[in-house]
Design a protein around this ligand. Structure first.
Ligand SMILES: C[S@@+](CC[C@H](N)C(=O)[O-])C[C@H]1O[C@@H](n2cnc3c(N)ncnc32)[C@H](O)[C@@H]1O
Length: 235
């Protein structure tokens, strides 16, 4: 697929239009990969470092914040979709902001700072994510970690060539409630590592959660520290 005319606008339109269907799919545990592996993978990775302040970037309807709330962390979620933030506020006690990544990149003070965990769970969908990831360094605590979970490049590649490029998610396998397709930017593994490094983070650990029965990778999970690894809590 060639680059959509205005991907950011189309992405936002898609998430607003599908907000209700998405919230139901997440809350009713309809997405198998999440149910069998990827929800537990991100939770386990974040909780392993017992964070006290967590920023959930592209938080959607807020399931991760709900799951972390029981652990007593201070939780902040941001998302461009007002409809999803409204859904998140209904069921959560965290602080939520309607903010696009472009806005967050220039107005980080709106979300506070000193986060020891910054999480992007299946929420980096655009081509240029470096400005956002760079800005996230500014709100991170000195030993803070960045967690990026995304579709696994080898599983998500399908029949197309294994190279970066725009794709379309039709949500066909999610049922009829999803009304608006979503453009998203496919990245190879090398490209993920490259954008993280370009933004001043270093990949400290790579995890590949697998389907428990098929053994196929369901996601790619990058755990990153600030470039100055001496400031990092990882061994
Ligand atoms: C696949 S959903 C994931 C939501 C949540 N992290 C989860 O695990 O359920 C992607 C989310 O990223 C948000 N998002 C994508 N691009 C964004 C942007 N440029 N600015 C703000 N939010 C964005 C969408 O609104 C959507 O809520």
């Amino acid at each position: 697929m060639s680059k959509p005319p205005d991907p950011a606008k189309q992405l936002r339109r898609s998430w607003d239009a599908n907000a209700h269907a998405w919230s139901a799919a997440v809350r009713e545990q309809k997405i198998e990969s999440r149910r069998v592996a990827t929800d537990a993978a991100i939770l386990e990775a974040v909780l392993a470092h017992s964070p006290t302040r967590v920023l959930d970037v592209g938080c959607g309807e807020g399931w991760l914040i709900r799951a972390l709330a029981a652990r007593g962390s201070l939780l902040v979620g941001v998302d461009a979709s007002a409809a999803l933030i409204e859904a998140a506020r209904e069921h959560n006690s965290g602080a939520f902001h309607v903010l696009s990544y472009a806005e967050l990149a220039v107005r980080q003070e709106q979300v506070g700072g000193g986060f020891d965990a910054v999480v992007c769970n299946f929420s980096l969908l655009e081509e240029d994510v470096v400005p956002l990831l760079s800005a996230l360094r500014q709100v991170s605590a000195p030993g803070g970690l960045l967690y990026v979970q995304t579709v696994h490049p080898w599983s998500a590649c399908g029949e197309a060539a294994y190279r970066d490029g725009w794709r379309t998610e039709t949500f066909a396998s999610f049922g009829q409630a999803f009304v608006e397709p979503m453009p998203w930017y496919f990245r190879t593994l090398a490209s993920w590592v490259s954008v993280v490094h370009a933004a001043g983070w270093r990949v400290a650990e790579v995890r590949e959660p697998l389907h428990p029965e098929t053994g196929k990778p369901l996601s790619l999970l990058l755990i990153c520290g600030l470039s100055d690894l001496s400031a990092n809590r990882l061994p």
